[in-house]
Design a protein around this ligand. Structure first.
Ligand SMILES: Nc1ccn([C@@H]2O[C@H](COP(=O)(O)O)[C@@H](O)[C@H]2O)c(=O)n1
Length: 295
């Protein structure tokens, strides 16, 4: 599709797909002109900052870290797996509209929350669940988080997963730096540290725009115009930056992990850069270096 965009070797890999290389080149040049001071990253978590698969085996989402752990009874594990088998194919089905998916996603999340609450999960057990789960941040995650911190670039992680679990994952990986803010579904614990409910408005795959607009303060902690790099893995992630005021330039990078052939066209039409079965942060790290190097 193109030979070598902006001399960024990471973009020349065969799994990097770009519908409009000229447009991408222009956006990256604008991000570079704006530099680190204007830059903000908004990223999804599960299957975007974490790996989709390792050695041919699916890696867990922040929900499945808990759903498959020792904190859950065998009966409940089966029920949660049945829910995933029912609803995940709907979540990623390119043949269904967002309107059709919306109530079904609410159903999935609400049912799962109700079952999880019955399990009397303790907050102090989450670290053990994460350690035993096999969850993995993508290759190159450390350079990504550390560079953003070093250059004071805000990172908002906007996840329809479980906030308490994803925080534990990045904390254990040693990259929960002060420039990282998390918007997600958080557990509510009682005085004994036992799960009672989930807090606040539910976040699922397809209501991120609504949540972003309602919570725009979380995305506008810096003043002035902003350049955004958005990282996602679903069509719902495309609207994660809708709450940012004064967006000047936005580069949307999408991980296409599953049902690749069925969804390739849709992703190419929606994301500026599509990374097909890429388990690394190499492309975003390469673009970041390009932006930061000129500071
Ligand atoms: N009970 C559930 C509900 C959702 N999931 C998956 O978690 C992902 C979380 O969303 P991100 O915004 O962090 O990508 C979502 O895509 C669902 O597939 C789950 O595993 N169990």
């Amino acid at each position: 599709m193109f030979v070598c965009l902006l001399q960024l070797p990471e973009l020349a890999k065969s799994n990097v797909c770009i519908r409009d290389p000229k447009r991408v080149e222009e956006i990256i040049l604008s991000l570079q002109t704006g530099g680190a001071n204007k830059l903000q990253i908004i990223s999804d978590f599960d299957m975007t900052l974490t790996r989709f698969a390792h050695n041919g085996k699916r890696c867990p989402t922040s929900y499945s870290v808990v759903d498959t752990s020792l904190l859950i009874s065998e009966d409940c594990k089966k029920t949660l797996k049945d829910l995933e088998n029912t609803y995940y194919p709907i979540e990623i089905d390119p043949g269904r509209s967002v309107e059709e998916k919306l109530p079904l996603m609410v159903e999935w999340w609400m049912k799962a929350h109700a079952f999880l609450v019955e399990q009397k999960i303790r907050k102090d057990q989450l670290e053990m669940a994460v350690r035993g789960s096999g969850t993995m941040l993508r290759d190159g995650f450390k350079a990504f988080f550390d560079e953003l911190y070093k250059h004071s670039i805000p990172l908002v992680i906007f996840s329809a997963g479980i906030g308490d679990v994803l925080e534990e994952i990045i904390r254990l990986a040693g990259v929960f730096h002060p420039n990282v803010k998390v918007v997600s579904n958080y557990m509510e614990f009682d005085d004994n540290g036992v799960l009672q409910a989930f807090k606040g408005e539910l976040i699922h795959t397809y209501n991120k725009q609504e949540v972003a607009l309602k919570n725009s303060g979380l995305f506008n902690q810096e003043t002035g115009s902003r350049n955004i790099i958005l990282l996602g893995d679903s069509m719902g992630d495309l609207s994660m930056a809708d709450g940012v005021e004064n967006t000047e330039n936005i580069l949307k990078i999408g991980y296409l992990n599953d049902k690749v052939e069925e969804r390739r066209e849709q992703y190419l039409n929606s994301y500026d850069i599509v990374l097909v079965k890429d388990e690394s942060m190499d492309v975003v790290n390469g673009i970041l270096q390009h932006i930061i190097a000129k500071n």
